[in-house]
Design a protein around this ligand. Sequence first.
Ligand code: DPP
Ligand code: ZN
Length: 868
Amino acid sequence: DGKVLRSAYAPPPYTIEHVDLDFILTEAEAVVYSTLRVKSNHAAGGPLYLDGEDLELRSISLDGVPLQEGTGYTRGEEGLTVLSPPAKPLPFELKIVVATKPQDNTQLSGLYKTSGNYCTQCEAVGFRRITYFLDRPDVMSTYKVRVEADKKLYPILLSNGNEVGRGDLPAGRHWAAFEDPFKKPCYLFALVAAKLEGIESEFTTCSGRKVRLYIWSESENKDQLDWAMQSLKDSMAWDERKYGREYDLDVFHIVAVNDFNMGAMENKGLNVFNTACVLAKQSTATDDDYERVQGVVAHEYFHNWTGNRVTCRDWFQLTLKEGLTVYRDQTFSADMTSPAVQRIENVRVMRSHQFVEDSGPMAHPIRPESYLAIDNFYTLTVYEKGAEVIRMYHTLLGEEGFRKGTDLYFDRHDGCAVTCDDFRAAMADANGRDLTQFERWYTQAGTPTVKAAGAYDGATKTYTLTLSQSTPPTPGQPTKLPLHIPVRIKLLDRKGGALLPERILELTEASQTFVFNSIASEPVLSLLRGFSAPVKLDFPLSDETLAFLAAHDDDPFNRWDASQQLGKRVLLALVADRQSRQQLELPDAFVATFKATLAASLDASLKAYSLALPDYSVLAQDMSPIDPDALIAVLRFARRSLGQRMRKELLAMYESLTSPNEKFSVAPSEVGRRRLRNVCLDFLAAGGDEQSLQMCRKHFHAATTMTDRLAAFKALAPFPSEALDEVQSIFYERAKANNEALVINKWFAVQASTYSTDALEKVKALTKHEAFDGTNPNRVRSVINTFAALNPAAFHDLSGSGYEYIGTQVLDLDKRNPQVASRLCNNFRDWKKYNQKRQALMKAQLVRIRDCKTVSKDVFEIASRSLE
Ligand code: DPP
Ligand code: ZN
């Protein structure tokens, strides 16, 4: 049935030692001449199967002798078999000529055109759309590439590695040649032929080598590249300092493109980026955008060692490179900004999104066991939970032990394609530790729950803590074994001082009891500090204790977490009130805690995050069935009510954070100032009264940053008014005049996520707007995915109209771009968490999608697994 199993892995029968590629690019087609030096891995030889998709084969020859179809080779839908390659130990040479039509490649996988330029995307399995090949990561080769194209249309020619030649050709054409001396799997291949402008800089590595750095984009974006360049240099220096990893080529390119399925791609020496993850300037990028650019530039750069030099043996090992590289970019960002703020942001993603994935029909271990389309497994679980698993090695082994582990990993495996087990073995061997049980983090899906019960005995001055763990069943995994869980704790006294210094408990059994002696007085337990493991806690605390922790815990993450738990408790109680048609009222104690947080002397970002209410997704996880209407109504009520009851304090805070002639900076203090000020604005505006509307309008007009402008627009969005009309139209007209596609995406997204009774009609109208483009993934996501994912009350409308619309969009998109369509289809995934009526309606859409005759395997996999 096309399912690929992890257990079915077998080494490749042949290796391709060296690849020579010659690309002849014309407006009609791309012709690719490839010369492969192939070697059998065992004496016997046997047929050689090569992957290939949507290719027109022009010729194929072996050691200079043309092969004939039927006798020399056979062809199928997904590849080509060379029937009897020579059975000798020496390499043989395979020459293959194919043609493709990049201008018709709407899947954006393989060689395609974006805004008139050529670029490639090969991960995971796009190289087979360029030429016939052993398209698997454990086949690593050196590459030499020559590109030929029209010089005027495509002045910039790039491929991996160092440029080794360039010249002009007749008829206004030119060529360039590149050599990449490092062996790589074909998913890291890249080629760009384009009209671009760039900025250039230089980095001197720790051993004194000079590396030329380039960032390329379309000319109108050239003023938005400096931040990415700074981030790149910071990343290069950080990887040397933190991991002893030096860059290895003489040149490093980043190319920004408009049409891209993912965020960015770490092709060796030639990273290709979605513009959304690389462009930044004050007037177009928010502080969050700046942070994302910094993080993604770092992420792709760090892949040079964790992914490229040491790569994955097979795609089931994806987290080997992704979990590790996400962990590396998270810690880099923490070093560049604020560790506490970073940690909160990372955990918010885990809780709001990964926990949801882990509790639904697509739940999978960070190392999955099977797939139909590997593109469906570029998930929060593989990436974010994978990073949490890496973080746990660090927690268990310490900074030095972790570094010993990565050093050994690079020493052992440089130039190789390896597994998650190899990484774990390096960590264990470098530290003399037994990490056998730790493997369960790679084999078991689902979010574990750790239950805690503490008791203090004043007579003996002992504190006894019992921790137990369980992991719920997930599809195909009814029972789970205990995991190796590091639990970071501290015992606090009633003033926030330490009764027991911080320590790490290793929970390895289903249940364990830890006894602490000489504890002077009854302690308050600060549990799972810094979110030391990706688990849920079952540790009921009184409102008073939570309020105490929210004010006094010296672990900033736990302080924030306590505020969120309190908020969650209050909001869920309000949801119950609303469902039983009771009058809603915020408890005084909650308002008091909120007031205390607002007044506390605390880093502005931390304060902003503590004041922010738990989000829809976090609240929905504690509801069965999920009631979108009640949740949205309560969230609106709570914001409005806090805005009213705290008006004076919020206004004072807002004013105190207003500094008119500020010079723009993304220093954490300035980001924090804007963040907190905009949180105040959001509460103040939540009433929608005329005074607040005018305040938002003023905020918008006074803004010098996209952060502030967007905050004003968002705050106004729910309230049809003159102020909204004005802001909405200025926002658009300015972006249009300046040709700022990413700003126009924000403009679409604010509207698509705003609830109103006619939200769906508005979204349909947006797709008819002059700026809508159904072939650009960013644009599609900003309208259609935003509606499905971030406008729950409208998407889940009981009429089923939202479902029907998204179902139609999935099937329509699928014809052009299965990867983007299958992400959209995920919005139906959790249908069983809703009431009967909604279940039936969502199920009907899933069945319709699954049973569509022309459905891609990407979308089929999501729809069929959701229905299981
Ligand atoms: N390998 C990419 C990344 O995560 C995804 N295409 O960086
Ligand atoms: Zn990555």
